[in-house]
Each structure stands twice: as C-alpha cells, then as structure tokens.
Ligand binder design. Sequence first.
Ligand code: FES
Length: 162
Amino acid sequence: MSKPTDNNTMSAGGVTRQTFLRAAVGGAGVVYAAGLAYPVYRYVASPVEKAAKESAVTEVTLKDAQKLAPGSALMFKFGSRPSMLIHHDDGTWTALTAVCTHLGCTVHYQEDKKRIHCACHGGVYDPKTGANVSGPPPKPLKRYEVKVTDAGVIISRSQDRA
Ligand code: FES
C-alpha cells in the first residue's frame, strides 16, 4: 500500500507543489496588475502622445481649398486636431483650431450668424480672431497662419502661438 504524499512533495523536476503554487499565484498577480495598469497608462500617456504628434505637424496643405466660397468654412484636421478654415465675405481667410477652450468640444462655424459656436454649452467665438466673445470658454481659439496659393491653402502653425 502506498503512503499519501504531503503538499511539499518534490516532483520529478525538483519543484515542490508549494513553490509551484506560489509562482502561479505570483504570475497571476503580475498579469492582473498589468491588466489594471495598462488602461491607466493609456489614459495618462494619451495626451502626451497626442501632444507629440501635434507638435510634429507644422503645416497642412488643403488642395483646392482656395475655391472655398466666401462666407463659408471648411473643417480639416491639423495633425489629429479638428480645425477650420474660414473664407470671409471680405475675401480674408482665417484658420483656427476647432477645439473649444472650455471642455474640448468641437466648435462649428455658423454661416448665417457669422460666428463660431460651441453646441456643448453655448460658447461663442469671433470667426476672424478666434476670440472668446460669450459663454463659458475661458480662452480664444488658437490661430494658424494661412497662405492662399493657386493649388490650395497652406495652413501652418503660428510661430508665436504654437
Ligand atoms: S465645451 Fe464649448 S462651451 Fe463648453
């Protein structure tokens, strides 16, 4: 008749059952901690990665955008940032970020009211300067440099307003 084995019996490879269980529990703990830490890392790293991508883009060319009708606007992305190009009735151009400075909603140009509006909380911006004129936005929209050519409109980051 064979004798029952205890929990610390050596296996053929020289690892006790207790050592194996400790390693298994430790490994599971590491996997669990990594599973919890990864979303936190993504949450923290995301704005940093986004900012790095943003700063890498210094210029965007919008082909054929010179044909944009006066009094209208065109949404585009500057890097990953929603932005807008406005061709004013007087023939001048403005390019601005379209990210509300209040809580980050995307703003839109309202042609009929000649204003930039944020539907989230009613913020209003001046379409020529990007200045915050009413509602909760605390700061103006950032402006880009605009150069109109025969092939398109070149939007570039302002030197003084990076
Ligand atoms: S997010 Fe634009 S007004 Fe609040």
